[in-house]
Write a protein that binds this ligand. Structure first.
Ligand code: PLP
Length: 632
């Protein structure tokens, strides 16, 4: 548990059972725990291959419930005189099944939706049925976007058009009059209190979105002139996603609340304050202001928002508004686990324990041998420095053409052997000098994993965000090796070589078990927000297979896979870049026909090859490890 920090980042959702397997507990009152390897087994029996994304729908429901409970508890505790209405920003995970589950779990709380584009609005309008809950429309808007939202008003929905640019107001006024409908309008204000964290550009004077104070007054005048002053209902701000420090949130909320109070005082019937997203997830369990962590709890977050809005509004003599938050990451991150299978490892060094004295007679080799044989407890670091110098000198000699390959090879072999000996002296050291930390990571092994970092862990590649990764089984055995992960894209960036750690912002290697010829599964956790939906088509791997798991309330500790969704087939992914299946097959057929004509292929062999090509087009893009294993 400590080694992988599961009790810290897993909240109480994830744990390890007595068989050494990772379990998921959706925390339903009657609910049991699910061993992830059992789900994998069943999904494989149903025909799913790796990589495989498992969605635990009960976790999704639990997140919605917990966030609403945190705000409702804070409201009661602080005697706040209004209510909370959450909305889920669809962009964080647009998958229909995910959105439907959130809408369903949110019904008792009237949890609504937030959209940032026309397609998201189209989806939200159709799937949103509860007229008590809100739809918040953010992002830049053209005529169709505005008219579609106004259609929602005609249907009786509480749908708010949040103005990001002054020109949008003119259009809203025009179309509202044309369609004879009363719009609900919001303003996104640009806060000075800057965000902190990887997504900090969402706020501050240079932010892409939001109105300056001058623009707010312009909008106010335009609405008053159009006799729509009372349609301005909401003030919104967003300080960036994954805000690590609670102080940033407090400051932003106070500034946003002051805007709310002042805008209300100039004659608008404001009712809602929308604090945006930003509620972070403690990906590394460190509870710090590291980028992949947060230094606050959900309850603290909710209490601080409620308290600071109340405090500012009271000081300005303004009634308490309905509080909206647009949490996405904190709702969906936990529910999905990406399961990848390792299919090999590249060991840095497999050497004989005690090599014989080299036969090559050369000063550089003799020096290297001396360094190797003189590592002892009193001077391990000195021996390593000498070995480093010897290796560098050898490289210079090689580049000048002064030594041949045998000398270079012998020196390098002895360098790594010396390094291994040096490291033995630092195994339990409390302090490790920088060069030793670097040496340790040089010795780590690479585990080859059947997945694409660009498809499934985009923020790790793009932003260096860390995710908890650990073996899903064999946790009763000590993991004796340390490794990094290499994906199957042909890109040297397609690796994971920073892992979570409670005490520092990422370490270079992950403790792993020796491969023993049997499948070895790793789980990449907390990937439900942004990652599993945003994937990039690098190398055309496409979306991965999915299994959707529900707890079976009628059966003790039971679960069932309600749905499986097949990942992208080769034909589908190629279609996205304009290669149609028909074209590909036609072109292959014509080449095969020529090969038959020119006697390079026999007709029955040609037909078999063509058949395999066509069958492959219908198949999964990732490696078929069963076949790889059978062959090896
Ligand atoms: N609302 C807006 C306007 C956003 O831009 C975002 C994402 O950055 C969110 C909500 C969701 O934020 P989070 O995932 O941090 O909750």
């Amino acid at each position: 548990r400590e080694l992988y920090g599961i009790a810290r980042w897993g909240l109480r959702y994830f744990d390890i059972n007595t068989k050494g397997q990772v379990t998921v507990a959706p925390l339903k009152e009657q609910g049991g725990t699910i061993a992830i390897v059992d789900v994998i087994k069943e999904a494989v029996e149903q025909g799913l291959h790796f990589p495989m994304l498992i969605r635990f729908h009960d976790l999704l429901r639990n997140r919605v419930e917990r966030i609403n409970k945190a705000f409702n508890d804070a409201i009661v505790e602080l005697e706040y005189k209004s209510i909370y209405r959450g909305v889920y920003p669809i962009k964080v995970n647009q998958l229909r099944e995910v959105v439907e589950e959130i809408i369903d779990a949110g019904k008792p709380f009237h949890h609504g939706l937030e959209v940032g584009s026309k397609p998201e609005l189209y989806a939200a309008l159709a799937f949103h049925e509860d007229r008590e809950s809100l739809i918040i429309c953010n992002g830049y808007k053209d005529a169709l976007y505005i008219k579609t939202a106004l259609l929602g008003r005609k249907l009786g929905k509480k749908i708010v058009l949040v103005v990001e640019k002054v020109e949008e107001v003119t259009n809203i006024i025009r179309y509202a009059k044309e369609l004879k409908v009363e719009p609900m309008i919001g303003l996104r204000v640009r806060l000075m209190s800057g965000g902190k964290g990887k997504w900090e550009k969402s706020t501050g004077e240079d932010a892409k979105f939001g109105l300056s104070t001058q623009e707010i007054l312009q909008v106010s005048d335009l609405l008053k002139e159009a006799d729509l002053a009372d349609c301005l209902k909401l003030v919104h701000f967003h300080s960036g996603s994954q805000i690590p420090d609670i102080l940033t949130i407090k400051k932003a909320v106070r500034e946003g609340a002051m805007f709310y109070a002042k805008i209300k005082q100039i004659g608008h019937a404001l009712e809602y304050i929308d604090v945006g997203g930003g509620l972070g997830v403690d990906y590394d369990g460190s509870r710090t202001t590291f980028h992949s962590s947060i230094n606050y709890s959900l309850n603290e977050y909710a209490r601080d928002i409620v308290y600071n809005i109340m405090d500012v509004c009271d000081s300005q003599g303004v009634a308490h508004p309905v509080i909206i938050s647009e949490s996405g990451r904190a709702v969906v991150a936990h529910h999905s686990v990406l399961v990848v299978e390792t299919f090999g490892d590249i060991k840095k060094m497999e050497h004989a324990r005690e090599p014989a004295k080299p036969e090559i007679s050369h000063k550089l080799v003799e020096e290297a041998w001396y360094n190797y044989t003189h590592v002892n407890p009193s001077n391990p670091l000195e021996a390593y420095h000498d070995a480093q110098h010897n290796k560098e000198e050898t490289q210079v000699h090689f580049e000048l053409g002064l030594i041949d390959l045998e000398v270079k090879a012998e020196v390098e072999k002895l360098f790594w052997l010396t390094g291994a000996r040096v490291l033995e002296h630092f195994v339990n050291a409390e302090y490790k000098p920088d060069e030793i930390v670097e040496l340790e990571s040089k010795f780590s092994d690479q585990y080859l994993c059947n997945f694409s970092v660009f498809q499934s862990l985009l923020d790790h590649w793009g932003y260096g965000q860390l995710f908890p990764i650990m073996p899903l089984h064999r946790l009763n055995e000590e993991p004796k090796r340390r490794g990094t992960l290499a994906d199957i894209t042909c890109d040297s960036d397609g690796t994971v070589s920073k892992f979570i750690n409670l005490y520092e912002e990422g370490v270079d290697t992950l403790p792993l078990h020796d491969l023993n010829g049997k499948p070895y599964y790793l789980g990449i956790f907390l990937t439900g927000a942004y990652q599993d939906i945003m994937g990039d088509l690098h190398n055309l791997f496409g979306r991965v297979n999915e299994a959707h798991v529900f707890l079976d309330e009628d059966e003790d500790a039971g679960y069932y896979i309600e749905e499986t969704i097949e990942g992208t087939t080769m034909e589908k992914v190629l279609g996205l870049v304009q290669y149609t299946g028909t074209d590909l097959k036609r072109k292959m057929k014509s080449q095969v026909d020529s090969a038959i004509k020119e006697d390079r292929l026999r007709p029955n062999e040609a037909m078999r090859l063509l058949g395999e090509y066509e069958k492959g087009l219908k198949g999964y893009t990732y490696l078929d490890l069963k076949k790889v294993r059978k062959k090896s």
